[in-house]
Write a protein of this length. Structure first.
Length: 181
């Protein structure tokens, strides 16, 4: 569960776009592409926020006395936790944006994939082998994966619209290959 990569959108074969971007400086072209990728990621982020479950009331997550015990406010996962950021700045060949859940809301994986309810610790080898000592399972309530699947086409459209509008704007402003930023 450490490396959760649920989806990817690759845009290839855009020769016309490449020709138009060659008219701009490398820095400006990169900025335009970065903005477009962010526009697509935000579409999926909004859908994930819509689909994220919200508790009706505040509750504590974790055992009493534990330093990592967290007070979860109603709608926290839905309203604040799902974010977008650019990753992989060292790789100049690709512009990548990540839709992630903030560290404070570490429990999101349990919501997305479901989990075992731990009622007591298995003490003997027999209890461990036969999975005795848990109180059942909590069903998964996925929101990240369905958001990607539902909105990937709309995200691609948002990328295209952003690129078209931004390239036209920069061309009107005279952003040419030799322009300094």
């Amino acid at each position: 569960m450490n490396d959760i990569k649920t989806g990817e959108i690759r845009i290839t074969g855009l020769a016309d776009l490449e020709k138009r971007l060659l008219d701009f400086s490398d820095r400006l072209a990169s900025n335009i592409l970065s903005g477009a990728m962010r526009a697509g990621a935000v579409v999926i982020q909004k859908e994930a926020r819509q689909l994220a479950p919200a508790d009706a009331e505040a509750h504590w997550l974790g055992k009493k006395g534990n330093k990592s015990r967290t007070l979860i406010q109603p709608g926290e996962l839905k309203e604040k936790a799902i974010k977008v950021r650019r990753v992989g700045y060292k790789n100049r060949d690709a512009i990548t944006y990540c839709i992630y859940v903030s560290k404070r809301n570490w429990y999101w994986k349990f919501v997305e994939f479901g989990h075992v309810i731990v009622a007591g610790k298995a003490r003997t080898r027999h209890e461990k082998e036969h999975n005795i000592g848990h109180g059942g399972y909590v069903a998964a309530r996925p929101f990240m994966r369905p958001a990607f699947e539902a909105k990937k086409a709309e995200a691609l459209e948002a990328i295209k619209e952003y690129l078209s509008a931004r390239i036209d704007k920069e061309a009107a402003n005279g952003g040419t290959r030799g322009a300094a930023l």
